[in-house]
Design a protein around this ligand. Structure first.
Ligand SMILES: [Zn+2]
Length: 265
């Protein structure tokens, strides 16, 4: 029961993830926020990090992925807002030698899509699950320019983007997977097979976390099932990256399943 109450509390407070109040932005100006940064995890692969003040915790880290492929750089998720996203784009250009050509967004919350305008201003092709674009509009976020559909649910699909000059489709080497509702109904995960890296977004909880985090839009009853599908779809994934904490191994999948099962009791 205590656990249940704690989840309710966290859900209520942490729903700021979904709709960031102006208060928090004001607070951010008054406190020192860590600067946006990149963490290299493999050849041509980085985690991008940005922070937002969420009371009462203070700065909350959110992470996305950057992958440099032979045909261009692909970004997974924006930073919390446009300003931080612009800084991330500049860091990517320095680290990868070129700006991203395309971006995938992993669900419709501010920590993943708060910087959409910065991507569109930089002429980056953006793509998201159709439900993500639907929910983005409802949550005052800017939807992606392209979408992929329910036909991909439950099986992984290679993410392709268009070469602006030739118009040809380019295989990014990244796989998208729609596991079903968990953190949100539209959450997806991204797999980069070359480096055995799975970006789990907010569906996957950090190892140090003892709660499911923001459950304001969650399907707690299906959360463990969704993670089991991810684990089964990518048996070779070795590095697992969550949105809100340190990367780890496959134990993060088991940890999240355990948290979701506990939340269902
Ligand atoms: Zn979220």
């Amino acid at each position: 029961m205590i656990r249940y109450l704690r989840l309710l509390f966290l859900g209520a407070v942490f729903s700021a993830c979904a709709t960031m109040a102006a208060d928090s932005l004001d607070a951010a100006e008054n406190k020192a926020l860590p600067e946006p940064a990149l963490e290299k995890v493999a050849d041509g692969v980085w985690i991008h990090k940005s922070y937002e003040i969420i009371e009462p915790w203070g700065p909350v880290l959110s992470q996305g992925l950057v992958v440099k492929t032979d045909d261009g750089v692909v970004l997974v998720d924006t930073a919390w807002d446009n300003e931080a996203t612009k800084k991330i784009l500049a860091l990517i250009e320095t680290a990868a030698g070129e700006p991203p050509k395309a971006a995938i967004l992993t669900h419709a919350h501010q920590d993943k899509m708060g910087g959409m305008q910065a991507l569109h201003d930089a002429s980056i092709q953006t793509s998201a699950y159709v439900l993500t674009n639907d929910d983005a509009v409802d949550r005052d976020l800017i939807p992606a320019g392209g979408w992929f559909g329910n036909t991909f649910a439950g099986r992984s699909s290679s993410f392709q983007f268009h070469d602006v000059i030739s118009g040809a489709s380019i295989d990014s080497g990244l796989m998208t997977f729609i596991p079903g509702p968990g953190h949100t109904r539209d959450n997806i995960v991204i797999y980069y097979e070359s480096a055995k890296i799975l970006f789990g977004g907010c569906l996957i909880r950090p190892g140090k976390s003892n709660s499911l985090g923001n459950t304001a839009d969650a399907d707690i009853a299906n959360w463990a099932n969704a993670v089991r599908k991810v684990a089964a779809e990518f048996p070779d994934a070795e590095i697992i990256i969550p949105s809100h904490g340190a990367k780890g191994g496959r134990e993060l999948l088991d940890h999240t399943i355990a948290l979701a099962d506990a939340a269902n009791e």
